[in-house]
Structures are given as structure tokens and as C-alpha cells.
Write a protein of this length. Structure first.
Ligand code: AMP
Length: 371
């Protein structure tokens, strides 16, 4: 089986690693250069989208901000999974909000903003405090403004007005500020036959809008059930095939969807060491029409993101429960360079090991470990 991934970053790389034992060959389409590359070495294997489409049995994506002409060409081949509807919704907060409303899953109150009148309407209907998010191109907290009081309105609007005119078809989604207790995500897969398998919820700690730490949750059946029913509603409404991630705000035991990612997700990297079958293998199984693998948690596990660092103290590798994954990327401040999966035989031991690990890491570079 040959799977072409739109995007040539770490997610394609980890799909390639997970696909090898099943004899699934994964190639990556670099949307920037138009070349098909090897996901591990970045060596150019083929040139041009049409050659890539012909070569592959299945086409999937590792990110949602893909030019629509590329998506449409892939969809026309009949090989793209999940569908363009799901991928486009992941990359446009307007479509995402419509999708959430249509599937009747709870999400933060919102108002679309295209001009100053819309902003005034949002102030009335959504209220302050408010979070303003760009409809297109926003991820990891980028393209966001916060209105904490009415004094923030004018300065924010000046920036937003310039921002709106700079990109055609751009808009803002104004969202109520959610006073969440914590952020969690749910990752599951839906197969071609409609079968669904879901991992346990993951608690996520973000710093400056970027994920720092994810911890697989062991017991909270009520919350898990809530999240799973939203997953089923969304995946069913999209006739979704593949891994789908949903990020939630938890407020007093109730979940509100923050956003969806129609792909494997950073908060699911722990599954490589903590679940019977990892998210990368399950995504490949789903899009290739194979049975889904068990998503059972096999031991308490957490994932620590490595941001903007390309080396760590060697002692990290001496910790037997720590598993290091580098992405082979060029170092840039704040860039996702790799992650460490930390396993334990109990939640108490997991906490101890995370503290031990933190002792070997620069606290400024790993703020989520010091919260
Ligand atoms: P996002 O890119 O939408 O995931 O936003 C990045 C981070 O900003 C989230 O992980 C939250 O910590 C925070 N955030 C986003 N939307 C809201 C909201 N409506 N209320 C409170 N915090 C938010």
C-alpha cells in the first residue's frame, strides 16, 4: 500500500515509521516545493502533484492549511481521506463553527467579524472578555487577540483592520472567553466501514498558546463518555475516515469544543509508548481500509514537547521510562523539534519521573513541566 501525505513534517515522518511494520509505504508531498519527498530523509522521490496522485493508492493530510486547488485535485482522484470537507473545516474557523453547530456539539458562543459593525455586534452578543481568532491560518494561538476590557477594543481593532485587508477571504471569529478549569483532547479513528475506536482523554498544558505537556487520563468515565458522544456526532456527520482530534475546554465537568484537527495530533504522541496501537498506525489502518487497532492505554504515559531545542542533556536518555523522538528539523525559536514520551507503572510514579526529567531540562525551555 502506498500512502501519500499532504505535508512533509513530523506527522508524516511518524506515519512513515508506524507504517513500515505493516508494509505501508508513506511518501510526503511538500506543499511548498511541489515535490514528493521521503518523510525521514526529505530526499526528493517524485516531482509534481499529478505524478504523486497517480503513484499513491491513498492520499491523506498531516495539516489543514493546504491550498484548496491541491485538495480539490486530490479529491477528484477519489483517493483522498478524510474528505476535503473535513480538512477545509479544520483550516477555516468559520467552517469549523458551522460544522460544530450542525453536529449539535457544545462550543464557545461566537460571532463572525468582517467589519467594525460586526465587532460592535460581537461586543453585545458575545461580550467582553472576548477572544478574537483569525478564520484562516490560525494555529498554536497565532492570529489571536484578547479583549479583556473595553480599553482593549480600539488598539485591537486597529491591528485587526490591517490584518483583514492583508489577506483575501480572511475573517475573524469572535469567541466568548471561556474560564476553563483545564484543557483536554480526544483522539479517535473512524474506519471506512464506520467502525470507531477512541483513546482515553488527554489533559493538555499550553504555554503561550503552544502545547507543552500532554498526560493520558486514566479514570473519568463521565467525561470520557461526554467527549466520545461528541466525537461520534462529529465523525458521523462528516462520514469521516482516519484519525480525528478534538480539543475541549472543561468547565465545571462540562466539555465545550475548542477546535478540531482532521488528522493525527500533537496531543496524541503519547500513544506511541502508552497505547496498544499508536495514533499514526491507526490513521494509516483507517485510510487504508484495514481494521482499527486497540486504543487501550497500556500504562500511565505523558508527552513533553521539545520546543526550540536541538539537543538535550544525555542524562535524559538514561531514564529508562523516557523515550526520545527527534523530528530532524532545523532549530528555530519555539519550533516543535521533538518530544519525550514518559511512561510509568502508576500515576504517582509518572509524576515522580516527570519531576526527575524536569531536573535535566532547562526550566525556561520547558515551562509546562514547572507549572
Ligand atoms: P487555539 O489556537 O484556538 O487552540 O487557542 C490557543 C489557546 O488559547 C487554547 O489552547 C486556549 O488555551 C486559549 N484559548 C483559545 N480560545 C479560548 C477561549 N475562547 N477562551 C479562553 N481561552 C482560549
Amino acid at each position: 500500500m502506498k500512502v501519500l501525505v499532504l505535508g512533509s513534517g513530523q506527522l508524516a515522518r511518524m506515519m512513515a515509521l508506524a507504517g513500515a511494520p505493516l508494509n505501508i509505504e508513506v511518501l510526503a508531498y511538500d506543499v511548498g516545493t511541489g515535490h514528493v519527498v521521503h518523510p525521514l530523509t526529505q530526499q526528493v522521490m517524485l516531482k509534481g502533484l499529478n505524478t504523486a496522485i497517480t503513484y499513491a493508492n491513498v492520499i491523506t493530510a498531516e495539516f489543514e492549511h493546504i491550498p484548496h486547488d491541491i485538495l480539490d485535485a486530490c479529491e477528484a482522484s477519489g483517493k483522498l481521506l478524510p474528505t476535503t470537507t473535513a480538512i477545509k473545516a479544520g483550516g477555516d474557523r468559520r467552517l469549523e463553527k458551522k460544522l460544530l453547530d450542525r453536529a449539535e456539539v457544545a462550543n464557545a458562543k461566537y460571532q463572525l467579524i468582517n467589519n467594525r459593525d460586526d465587532l460592535e455586534r460581537a461586543i453585545e452578543t458575545v461580550g467582553i472578555p472576548m477572544v478574537l481568532k483569525s478564520a484562516l491560518g490560525g494555529y498554536d494561538g497565532k492570529g489571536q487577540w484578547r479583549l479583556k476590557s473595553s480599553q482593549d477594543i480600539e488598539p485591537a481593532w486597529q491591528e485587526i483592520e490591517t490584518f483583514l485587508t492583508a489577506t483575501p477571504d480572511q475573517a475573524i471569529v469572535a469567541e466568548e472567553f471561556v474560564p476553563f478549569d483545564r484543557e483536554v483532547s480526544l483522539i479517535g479513528a473512524r474506519g471506512k466501514d464506520g467502525s470507531i475506536a477512541i483513546y482515553p482523554l488527554t489533559e493538555n498544558i499550553h504555554c503561550n498558546g503552544v502545547l507543552g505537556l500532554s498526560v493520558a487520563q486514566e479514570e473519568n468515565q463521565a467525561l470520557q463518555d461526554q467527549a466520545e458522544s461528541m466525537f461520534r456526532a462529529l465523525a458521523g456527520s462528516l462520514n469521516y475516515v482516519g484519525v480525528l482530534a478534538i480539543e475541549f475546554f472543561e468547565v465545571e465537568g462540562k466539555l465545550l469544543v475548542n477546535e478540531i484537527a482532521p488528522r493525527v495530533h500533537n496531543s496524541g504522541h503519547w500513544t506511541q509508548q502508552g497505547a496498544e496501537t499508536c495514533q499514526f498506525e491507526n490513521h494509516l489502518r483507517a485510510v487504508c481500509g484495514m481494521p482499527l487497532g486497540s486504543m487501550a492505554l497500556i500504562r500511565p504515559t505523558a508527552m513533553v514537547n521539545i520546543l526550540g531545542e536541538d539537543s538535550l542533556a544525555e542524562a535524559v536518555m538514561t531514564l529508562p521510562q523516557c523515550h526520545l523522538h527527534w523530528y530532524g528539523k532545523e532549530k528555530r525559536p519555539g519550533r516543535k523539534m521533538g518530544h519525550i514520551n514518559v511512561c510509568a507503572s502508576s500515576s504517582a510514579e509518572l509524576k515522580t519521573t516527570l519531576t526527575e526529567l524536569a531536573g535535566y531540562l532547562d526550566p525556561a525551555a520547558f515551562p509546562a513541566l514547572n507549572q
